[in-house]
Design a protein around this ligand. Structure first.
Ligand code: HEC
Ligand code: HEC
Ligand code: HEC
Ligand code: HEC
Length: 170
């Protein structure tokens, strides 16, 4: 009888040990999945307009030649005399790319490639797109909401929406 009990306890111990082990495995598995997942869902960051040139030469040339955005940092520099640093930084949210957002413009010294309002102020941060190279990884359809962040509402509604949405681009 004690012999059977002993075997039973041994079995129980084994089972418990095993279940602990498998629990550990499950936890480890879930952790590794979520870590992997985290790395993948990391939000895209800004790369600057020059990074689009090779694959979209026509849009790039049109933008650089005709859109005022492509030299919008110059507008700040033109007017900065008499402004203090804090006042100048208030221009950045509209006149640069991604200021105050993850991976966006910080300063002329650290992020010179984002100093003007570039392609990504409309199409969104493109670090993922330049790697995946497909239509799904970038925003194409734009609405008024994509403009009013900078073109504050009274400026935008002063125009008819349709012509404006294609203006200032390429
Ligand atoms: C290495 C090449 C490459 C680079 C760099 C690149 N793209 Fe693209 N882009 C593509 C390809 C490929 C497509 C898909 C074209 C198609 O499906 O017709 C595309 C499509 C697009 C589209 C259209 C999406 C749609 O729904 O049709 C936009 C907008 C776009 N890119 C913007 C950009 C911007 C902005 C940049 C720079 C920040 C950029 N791309 C950099 C290759 C690139
Ligand atoms: C991040 C801010 C920002 C966003 C978002 C933005 N713009 Fe602009 N846009 C500017 C700035 C800044 C200028 C003026 C540049 C300058 O002259 O220094 C400008 C200029 C323009 C102009 C003047 C004409 C020209 O040659 O450039 C048009 C038109 C325009 N934007 C349309 C749009 C439309 C349409 C959208 C939305 C799809 C949009 N913008 C989104 C900041 C922005
Ligand atoms: C809320 C967004 C926003 C802020 C903040 C902002 N701007 Fe602008 N700025 C614009 C837009 C949009 C235009 C384009 C005007 C238009 O066509 O409606 C523009 C146009 C200009 C122009 C005219 C360029 C031209 O060729 O006519 C100058 C100069 C300028 N801004 C300088 C500045 C300075 C300097 C600051 C900071 C003190 C500043 N802006 C802050 C959005 C902004
Ligand atoms: C002012 C906002 C704005 C800016 C800045 C802008 N685009 Fe666009 N882009 C648009 C709009 C609007 C469309 C047209 C979407 C549609 O009609 O389907 C578009 C379409 C595109 C397309 C798809 C092909 C086409 O022509 O319809 C590509 C590629 C593209 N843009 C690349 C760029 C690149 C590269 C830059 C910078 C050099 C840039 N865009 C800057 C607004 C912008």
């Amino acid at each position: 009888m004690t012999r059977y009990l002993f075997i039973f306890i041994l079995f129980l111990k084994r089972y418990l040990l095993f279940s602990h082990f498998s629990l550990l495995l499950v936890v480890f598995f879930i952790l590794s999945i979520s870590c992997f997942g985290w790395a993948n869902v990391k939000a895209p960051t800004y790369v600057g307009s020059l990074a689009c040139k090779d694959c979209h030469p026509i849009e790039y040339e049109n933008f650089i030649s005709y859109a005022k955005k492509s030299h919008s940092f110059g507008s700040i520099e033109r007017l900065q005399k008499g402004l203090n640093q804090q006042e100048i930084e208030q221009c950045y949210c509209c006149h640069t790319t991604g200021y105050g957002k993850p991976g966006g413009f910080v300063s002329l010294e650290t992020t010179p490639h984002l100093k003007n309002a570039g392609c990504e102020v409309c199409h969104g941060p493109a670090s993922e797109h330049i790697v995946k190279e497909d239509a799904a990884s970038i925003k194409r359809e734009l609405t008024k909401e994509d403009c009013v962040e900078c073109h504050i509402s009274e400026r935008v509604t002063a125009f008819r929406y349709k012509p404006l949405i294609h203006g200032g681009a390429h």
